[in-house]
Design a protein around this ligand. Structure first.
Ligand code: SAH
Ligand code: DHB
Ligand code: MG
Length: 226
């Protein structure tokens, strides 16, 4: 199969899966429409991936979630729906337009009671959260600027307890991740992320390649050891 046909197949299979397993959801569909209209980049996870995050959160019995990189709140909503009523998500977003869009989407999804959107550079917010002695999280989703992934991993560990699940998005990037000499700082950030995971005895991690409507990419999934 040539590349165009293959991408076509990935899209169609994603659609096939969504048609069967992802019920139409007026709120989630509106969120994607709002994000597009506001001019946000199309970096939201796909519906299938959003549901996967939701299932991970349920498997984990997560009550407290940390998300680094909110965009329009699409993944936030999938995660929030997996939490008990008294659950909590702290989500970090630097871009004011993204943050404003996410806030209104989170209200639309009626999750504003459980979501704390902290606007500003994630590294600054994380440092401030440490000063505030914010409690550890059960699941942490790293999905912001990839060059900072190594630093986000260090922060994730500081906000973890034994059993915390750490998920990182965009760790394959069309296979570019294997280009050791890549001059793309996102690739180098992701590569350093793998290296740190490899040498980090406190985490058990793997990565899984994915194809679909978001192209060829993947997730890192790790668990903080007991
Ligand atoms: N998790 C979202 C997608 C996030 S896209 C979803 O799946 O729906 C990445 C987001 O990270 C963008 O909105 C971008 O503005 C934000 N971001 C990039 N650098 C950041 C930083 N240093 N601090 C906080 N947010 C950042
Ligand atoms: C980019 C970021 C994302 O979180 C994503 O899912 C896709 C692309 C990016 O910065 O290019
Ligand atoms: Mg992403």
């Amino acid at each position: 199969m040539n590349q165009t046909n293959q991408t076509n197949t990935w899209d169609q299979v994603d659609q096939y899966i969504s048609d069967r397993l992802i019920p139409h959801d007026a709120i989630l569909e509106q969120v994607l429409a709002v994000n597009q209209k506001a001019g946000l980049p199309p970096y939201d996870v796909s519906p299938n991936q959003g549901k996967l995050l939701n299932i991970f959160a349920q498997m984990q019995g997560a009550q407290r979630v940390l998300e680094i990189g909110t965009l329009g709140g699409y993944s936030t909503i999938w995660l929030g729906r997996a939490l008990p009523k008294d659950g909590k998500i702290v989500t970090l977003e630097a871009n004011p337009l993204h943050a404003e869009t996410a806030r209104s989407n989170i209200v639309l999804a009626q999750l504003d009671g459980m979501v704390e959107l902290r606007e500003g550079d994630a590294l600054k917010q994380l440092a401030q959260m440490e000063e505030e002695r914010v409690a550890p999280f059960d699941l942490i989703f790293i999905d912001a600027d990839k060059p900072n992934n190594p630093l986000y991993l260090a922060w994730a560990l500081r906000f973890s307890h034994p059993g915390t699940v750490i998920i990182g998005d965009n760790v394959i990037r069309e296979g570019e991740v294997i280009q050791a000499l890549s001059t793309d700082p996102r690739i180098q950030g992701v590569r350093k992320f793998y290296d740190l995971l490899a040498e980090e005895s406190r985490i058990t991690a793997t990565a899984i390649q994915t194809v679909g409507s978001k192209g060829y990419d993947g997730f890192v999934i790790g668990i903080v050891n007991g």
